[in-house]
Design a protein around this ligand. Structure first.
Ligand code: MG
Length: 316
Protein backbone atom coordinates (compact mmCIF):
# COMPACT_ATOMS: atom_id res chain seq x y z
CA UNK A 1 0.00 0.00 0.00
CA UNK A 2 1.32 3.42 -0.85
CA UNK A 3 1.33 6.17 1.71
CA UNK A 4 -0.76 9.16 0.75
CA UNK A 5 1.50 12.18 0.49
CA UNK A 6 -0.44 15.22 -0.59
CA UNK A 7 1.38 18.44 0.14
CA UNK A 8 -0.78 20.83 -1.88
CA UNK A 9 -4.37 20.72 -3.11
CA UNK A 10 -5.20 20.06 -6.75
CA UNK A 11 -6.08 23.33 -8.44
CA UNK A 12 -9.35 23.72 -10.26
CA UNK A 13 -10.62 27.24 -10.81
CA UNK A 14 -14.26 28.23 -10.77
CA UNK A 15 -15.90 31.09 -12.58
CA UNK A 16 -17.15 34.01 -10.53
CA UNK A 17 -14.26 33.78 -8.10
CA UNK A 18 -11.64 36.48 -7.46
CA UNK A 19 -8.04 35.96 -8.66
CA UNK A 20 -6.60 37.08 -5.38
CA UNK A 21 -7.65 37.22 -1.74
CA UNK A 22 -6.15 39.09 1.22
CA UNK A 23 -5.89 37.19 4.49
CA UNK A 24 -5.81 39.01 7.82
CA UNK A 25 -3.97 36.77 10.27
CA UNK A 26 -5.65 36.89 13.66
CA UNK A 27 -3.60 34.53 15.82
CA UNK A 28 -1.38 37.02 17.70
CA UNK A 29 -4.41 39.02 18.86
CA UNK A 30 -7.85 37.45 18.39
CA UNK A 31 -6.28 34.00 18.70
CA UNK A 32 -4.08 34.44 21.77
CA UNK A 33 -6.56 36.58 23.70
CA UNK A 34 -8.89 33.58 23.96
CA UNK A 35 -6.26 31.04 25.01
CA UNK A 36 -5.72 30.17 28.69
CA UNK A 37 -1.93 30.07 28.30
CA UNK A 38 -0.17 33.42 28.26
CA UNK A 39 2.79 33.67 25.90
CA UNK A 40 5.82 35.83 26.57
CA UNK A 41 6.43 38.89 24.42
CA UNK A 42 9.46 37.13 22.91
CA UNK A 43 7.28 34.20 21.79
CA UNK A 44 4.64 36.55 20.37
CA UNK A 45 7.36 38.34 18.42
CA UNK A 46 8.63 35.03 17.10
CA UNK A 47 5.08 34.07 16.06
CA UNK A 48 4.59 37.33 14.16
CA UNK A 49 7.98 37.03 12.47
CA UNK A 50 7.19 33.47 11.37
CA UNK A 51 3.78 34.52 10.02
CA UNK A 52 5.42 37.39 8.15
CA UNK A 53 7.94 34.99 6.62
CA UNK A 54 5.05 32.69 5.60
CA UNK A 55 3.75 35.52 3.40
CA UNK A 56 0.79 36.80 5.40
CA UNK A 57 0.19 40.39 4.27
CA UNK A 58 -1.62 41.57 7.41
CA UNK A 59 -0.97 40.29 10.94
CA UNK A 60 -2.94 41.68 13.84
CA UNK A 61 -0.15 42.21 16.33
CA UNK A 62 -1.83 42.94 19.65
CA UNK A 63 -4.44 44.82 21.59
CA UNK A 64 -4.36 47.84 23.86
CA UNK A 65 -7.07 46.69 26.22
CA UNK A 66 -6.85 46.72 30.00
CA UNK A 67 -4.44 43.97 31.03
CA UNK A 68 -6.54 43.13 34.10
CA UNK A 69 -9.39 42.23 31.72
CA UNK A 70 -7.35 40.51 29.01
CA UNK A 71 -4.01 39.47 30.57
CA UNK A 72 -3.02 37.60 27.39
CA UNK A 73 -2.58 40.95 25.66
CA UNK A 74 -0.33 42.51 28.33
CA UNK A 75 2.93 43.58 26.73
CA UNK A 76 1.50 44.52 23.33
CA UNK A 77 3.67 47.65 23.60
CA UNK A 78 6.78 45.51 24.00
CA UNK A 79 5.70 43.22 21.15
CA UNK A 80 5.23 46.14 18.74
CA UNK A 81 8.62 47.55 19.60
CA UNK A 82 10.24 44.20 18.81
CA UNK A 83 9.00 43.95 15.24
CA UNK A 84 11.45 46.02 13.21
CA UNK A 85 11.78 44.83 9.66
CA UNK A 86 8.49 42.92 9.46
CA UNK A 87 6.93 43.40 5.99
CA UNK A 88 3.28 42.77 6.89
CA UNK A 89 0.85 45.45 7.96
CA UNK A 90 0.42 45.08 11.71
CA UNK A 91 -2.82 46.56 12.99
CA UNK A 92 -3.56 46.65 16.70
CA UNK A 93 -6.95 46.61 18.37
CA UNK A 94 -7.77 49.75 20.34
CA UNK A 95 -10.96 49.79 22.43
CA UNK A 96 -10.88 53.37 23.76
CA UNK A 97 -8.96 56.68 23.66
CA UNK A 98 -6.72 55.61 26.55
CA UNK A 99 -5.70 52.53 24.58
CA UNK A 100 -5.09 54.75 21.57
CA UNK A 101 -2.55 56.82 23.53
CA UNK A 102 -0.70 53.64 24.50
CA UNK A 103 -0.82 52.27 20.94
CA UNK A 104 0.53 55.49 19.47
CA UNK A 105 3.31 55.64 22.08
CA UNK A 106 4.31 52.08 21.13
CA UNK A 107 4.59 53.10 17.47
CA UNK A 108 1.36 51.59 16.14
CA UNK A 109 0.57 52.79 12.63
CA UNK A 110 -2.51 50.72 11.81
CA UNK A 111 -5.59 50.67 14.06
CA UNK A 112 -8.67 48.48 14.54
CA UNK A 113 -11.79 49.22 16.58
CA UNK A 114 -14.79 47.07 17.31
CA UNK A 115 -18.48 47.36 18.00
CA UNK A 116 -21.07 44.78 18.91
CA UNK A 117 -24.21 44.49 16.85
CA UNK A 118 -26.08 43.38 19.97
CA UNK A 119 -26.54 45.12 23.30
CA UNK A 120 -25.92 41.95 25.36
CA UNK A 121 -22.52 41.23 23.85
CA UNK A 122 -21.49 44.87 24.09
CA UNK A 123 -22.12 44.78 27.83
CA UNK A 124 -20.39 41.41 28.25
CA UNK A 125 -17.37 42.08 26.05
CA UNK A 126 -16.85 45.83 26.29
CA UNK A 127 -18.49 46.33 29.71
CA UNK A 128 -20.28 49.13 27.99
CA UNK A 129 -23.70 49.76 26.49
CA UNK A 130 -23.67 50.20 22.74
CA UNK A 131 -24.16 53.97 22.77
CA UNK A 132 -21.10 54.50 25.00
CA UNK A 133 -19.09 51.95 23.02
CA UNK A 134 -19.96 53.78 19.79
CA UNK A 135 -18.90 57.12 21.25
CA UNK A 136 -15.62 55.64 22.43
CA UNK A 137 -14.87 53.91 19.11
CA UNK A 138 -15.80 57.08 17.22
CA UNK A 139 -13.23 59.00 19.25
CA UNK A 140 -10.53 56.39 18.49
CA UNK A 141 -11.34 56.52 14.77
CA UNK A 142 -11.29 60.33 14.75
CA UNK A 143 -7.91 60.44 16.46
CA UNK A 144 -6.51 57.72 14.18
CA UNK A 145 -7.66 59.60 11.08
CA UNK A 146 -6.18 62.83 12.48
CA UNK A 147 -2.89 60.98 12.88
CA UNK A 148 -3.18 59.67 9.30
CA UNK A 149 -3.56 56.03 10.36
CA UNK A 150 -5.82 53.52 8.57
CA UNK A 151 -8.60 52.03 10.68
CA UNK A 152 -10.48 48.78 10.35
CA UNK A 153 -13.81 48.27 12.12
CA UNK A 154 -14.88 44.91 13.53
CA UNK A 155 -18.53 44.15 14.03
CA UNK A 156 -19.20 41.34 16.54
CA UNK A 157 -22.20 38.99 16.65
CA UNK A 158 -23.19 39.85 13.08
CA UNK A 159 -24.86 36.51 12.36
CA UNK A 160 -26.34 35.60 15.74
CA UNK A 161 -25.93 36.22 19.43
CA UNK A 162 -25.94 33.69 22.30
CA UNK A 163 -28.24 35.83 24.44
CA UNK A 164 -30.41 37.52 21.84
CA UNK A 165 -30.61 34.85 19.11
CA UNK A 166 -31.09 36.08 15.57
CA UNK A 167 -29.66 39.48 14.68
CA UNK A 168 -31.43 42.13 12.59
CA UNK A 169 -29.53 42.57 9.31
CA UNK A 170 -30.71 46.19 9.34
CA UNK A 171 -28.73 46.76 12.51
CA UNK A 172 -25.58 45.36 10.85
CA UNK A 173 -26.13 47.75 7.92
CA UNK A 174 -26.67 50.72 10.24
CA UNK A 175 -23.42 50.09 12.11
CA UNK A 176 -21.44 49.46 8.91
CA UNK A 177 -22.72 52.76 7.48
CA UNK A 178 -21.79 54.50 10.72
CA UNK A 179 -18.24 53.12 10.60
CA UNK A 180 -17.85 54.25 6.98
CA UNK A 181 -19.08 57.74 7.86
CA UNK A 182 -16.41 57.93 10.54
CA UNK A 183 -13.75 57.09 7.96
CA UNK A 184 -13.10 53.40 8.65
CA UNK A 185 -11.50 51.76 5.61
CA UNK A 186 -12.81 48.24 5.99
CA UNK A 187 -15.48 46.46 8.00
CA UNK A 188 -14.91 42.91 9.19
CA UNK A 189 -18.13 41.00 9.84
CA UNK A 190 -17.58 38.75 12.84
CA UNK A 191 -19.39 35.47 13.25
CA UNK A 192 -18.37 35.51 16.90
CA UNK A 193 -20.18 32.30 17.87
CA UNK A 194 -19.90 30.56 14.52
CA UNK A 195 -23.62 30.32 13.76
CA UNK A 196 -23.57 31.83 10.26
CA UNK A 197 -24.80 29.75 7.34
CA UNK A 198 -23.88 30.38 3.68
CA UNK A 199 -27.28 31.82 2.72
CA UNK A 200 -27.15 34.22 5.66
CA UNK A 201 -23.67 35.37 4.59
CA UNK A 202 -24.93 36.09 1.05
CA UNK A 203 -28.01 37.91 2.36
CA UNK A 204 -25.98 40.02 4.78
CA UNK A 205 -23.41 41.02 2.15
CA UNK A 206 -26.23 41.85 -0.30
CA UNK A 207 -27.98 44.00 2.33
CA UNK A 208 -24.74 45.87 3.02
CA UNK A 209 -24.18 46.53 -0.66
CA UNK A 210 -27.79 47.71 -1.03
CA UNK A 211 -27.09 50.01 1.94
CA UNK A 212 -24.17 51.62 0.12
CA UNK A 213 -21.29 49.64 1.62
CA UNK A 214 -18.86 48.81 -1.23
CA UNK A 215 -17.98 45.12 -1.51
CA UNK A 216 -14.25 45.84 -1.45
CA UNK A 217 -14.66 47.30 2.01
CA UNK A 218 -16.29 44.18 3.47
CA UNK A 219 -14.26 41.41 5.14
CA UNK A 220 -15.48 38.17 6.70
CA UNK A 221 -14.34 36.79 10.05
CA UNK A 222 -15.75 33.29 10.34
CA UNK A 223 -15.59 30.84 13.24
CA UNK A 224 -15.75 27.11 12.66
CA UNK A 225 -17.89 26.28 15.70
CA UNK A 226 -20.50 24.43 13.63
CA UNK A 227 -18.14 23.35 10.84
CA UNK A 228 -19.38 25.94 8.35
CA UNK A 229 -16.56 28.47 8.28
CA UNK A 230 -15.26 27.42 4.86
CA UNK A 231 -18.75 27.10 3.42
CA UNK A 232 -19.38 30.64 4.63
CA UNK A 233 -16.12 31.84 3.07
CA UNK A 234 -17.20 30.19 -0.18
CA UNK A 235 -20.51 32.08 -0.06
CA UNK A 236 -18.54 35.26 0.59
CA UNK A 237 -16.29 34.61 -2.42
CA UNK A 238 -19.33 34.15 -4.65
CA UNK A 239 -20.69 37.46 -3.30
CA UNK A 240 -17.44 39.20 -4.27
CA UNK A 241 -15.74 39.45 -0.87
CA UNK A 242 -11.93 39.33 -1.19
CA UNK A 243 -10.73 39.76 2.40
CA UNK A 244 -10.97 37.02 5.03
CA UNK A 245 -9.74 36.67 8.60
CA UNK A 246 -8.17 33.47 9.92
CA UNK A 247 -5.89 32.22 12.69
CA UNK A 248 -3.09 29.69 12.29
CA UNK A 249 -3.83 26.31 13.95
CA UNK A 250 -7.35 27.66 14.56
CA UNK A 251 -6.27 29.21 17.84
CA UNK A 252 -8.69 31.42 19.66
CA UNK A 253 -12.42 31.83 19.80
CA UNK A 254 -14.09 34.43 21.91
CA UNK A 255 -13.15 34.92 25.58
CA UNK A 256 -16.59 36.14 26.64
CA UNK A 257 -18.88 33.98 24.52
CA UNK A 258 -18.60 30.55 26.15
CA UNK A 259 -20.03 28.67 23.20
CA UNK A 260 -17.49 30.03 20.73
CA UNK A 261 -14.79 27.61 19.73
CA UNK A 262 -12.23 28.22 17.14
CA UNK A 263 -11.34 30.78 14.56
CA UNK A 264 -11.15 29.42 11.04
CA UNK A 265 -7.62 28.00 10.69
CA UNK A 266 -5.44 29.92 8.25
CA UNK A 267 -4.04 26.73 6.73
CA UNK A 268 -7.57 25.43 6.03
CA UNK A 269 -8.51 28.72 4.37
CA UNK A 270 -5.32 28.86 2.28
CA UNK A 271 -5.80 25.22 1.27
CA UNK A 272 -9.29 25.88 -0.11
CA UNK A 273 -8.30 29.14 -1.81
CA UNK A 274 -5.24 27.51 -3.37
CA UNK A 275 -7.45 24.67 -4.60
CA UNK A 276 -9.71 27.25 -6.24
CA UNK A 277 -6.69 28.78 -7.98
CA UNK A 278 -6.95 31.95 -5.90
CA UNK A 279 -3.67 33.64 -4.98
CA UNK A 280 -2.97 34.52 -1.35
CA UNK A 281 0.81 34.82 -1.30
CA UNK A 282 0.83 32.54 1.75
CA UNK A 283 2.94 29.38 1.92
CA UNK A 284 1.09 26.24 3.07
CA UNK A 285 4.33 24.43 4.05
CA UNK A 286 5.34 27.42 6.19
CA UNK A 287 1.93 27.42 7.93
CA UNK A 288 2.32 23.70 8.58
CA UNK A 289 5.49 24.45 10.50
CA UNK A 290 4.00 27.32 12.49
CA UNK A 291 0.78 25.47 13.49
CA UNK A 292 2.38 22.66 15.55
CA UNK A 293 4.94 25.04 17.03
CA UNK A 294 2.20 27.43 18.21
CA UNK A 295 0.02 24.57 19.50
CA UNK A 296 3.00 23.37 21.52
CA UNK A 297 3.62 26.85 22.96
CA UNK A 298 -0.05 26.98 24.00
CA UNK A 299 -0.21 23.34 25.09
CA UNK A 300 -3.36 22.81 23.04
CA UNK A 301 -4.33 20.65 20.09
CA UNK A 302 -4.38 22.00 16.54
CA UNK A 303 -7.94 22.66 15.40
CA UNK A 304 -7.15 22.60 11.71
CA UNK A 305 -8.24 19.85 9.36
CA UNK A 306 -5.36 20.43 6.95
CA UNK A 307 -2.67 20.44 9.63
CA UNK A 308 -4.19 17.34 11.21
CA UNK A 309 -4.34 15.56 7.85
CA UNK A 310 -0.78 16.40 6.89
CA UNK A 311 1.14 16.30 10.15
CA UNK A 312 -1.02 14.22 12.45
CA UNK A 313 -3.27 14.80 15.40
CA UNK A 314 -0.70 14.26 18.11
CA UNK A 315 1.93 16.51 16.66
CA UNK A 316 1.85 19.00 19.49
MG1 MG B 1 -12.35 35.39 16.02
Amino acid sequence: MTVLDIGLPTRASESGMPDRVTIWEMSPRDGLQAEPTNLSSATKIELIRRLDAAGLPVIEAGSFVRSDRVPQMAGSDEVLRGLDGVQARMPVLVPNPKGFDRALAAGADDIAVFLSVTESFSRANLSSDRASAEASANEVVRRSRDAGLPVRGYLSMVFGDPWEGAVEIGEVVRLAQLLLEWGVEEISLGDTIGVATPGLVSATVAALEAGGVPIERIALHMHDTYGLALANVYAGLLSGVTTFDASVAGVGGCPFAKSASGNLATEDLVWMLTGLGIETGVSIPALLEIAPWLAQQLDRPISSRVATALIGKDSK
